[in-house]
Design a protein around this ligand. Structure first.
Ligand code: DAT
Ligand code: MG
Length: 137
């Protein structure tokens, strides 16, 4: 069964949106197979966002994602990688459709509430970065 890595970012945790976000994926029918509230280290942040290291916003991105606790999750289900991306909405909340997480709860690209893996390769990589095998049920 397909798995993806989702994470409520520090802005979502500060705004008490963990329950709301978990609820959306539960109601959709996906299964939560791992979750933890954690503080991301600068090293893990740089590794996780490695594909963006040459981008001008990389420093801000690392600073933001380490600015407070995140809620890291692994979800399982049919087509969960692409459907979760659809449910998250566009990267830029200004372009995210209402009814999506970013469309409903965010305004700026710098603080867009949620992360989700964008492909089977990144899902595998990101799950491995954040979770040990024994932390998944
Ligand atoms: P996504 O999070 O939708 O996968 P991404 O992988 O392209 O988007 O970028 C990762 C994060 O980096 C994104 O959630 C917010 C930030 N980001 C992306 N583009 C940005 C930009 N032009 N300015 C500032 N932050 C940006
Ligand atoms: Mg991405």
């Amino acid at each position: 069964m397909e798995k993806t890595f989702l994470m409520v970012k520090p802005d979502g945790v500060k705004r008490n949106l963990i329950g709301e976000i978990v609820s959306r994926f539960e109601k959709k029918g996906y299964n939560l197979v791992g979750a933890k509230l954690m503080q991301i280290s600068p090293e893990l942040a740089q590794e996780h966002y490695g594909e963006h290291k040459e981008r001008p916003f990389f420093g801000e991105l690392v600073e933001f994602i380490t600015s407070g606790p995140v809620f890291a999750m692994v979800w399982e289900g049919e087509n969960v990688i692409s459907t979760a991306r659809f449910m998250m909405g566009a990267t830029n909340p200004a372009e995210a459709t209402p009814g999506t997480v970013r469309g409903d709860y965010a305004i700026t690209v710098g603080e867009n509430i949620i992360h989700g893996s964008d492909s089977p390769e990144s899902a595998e990589r990101e799950i491995g970065l954040f979770f040990k095998e024994e932390e998944l049920v």
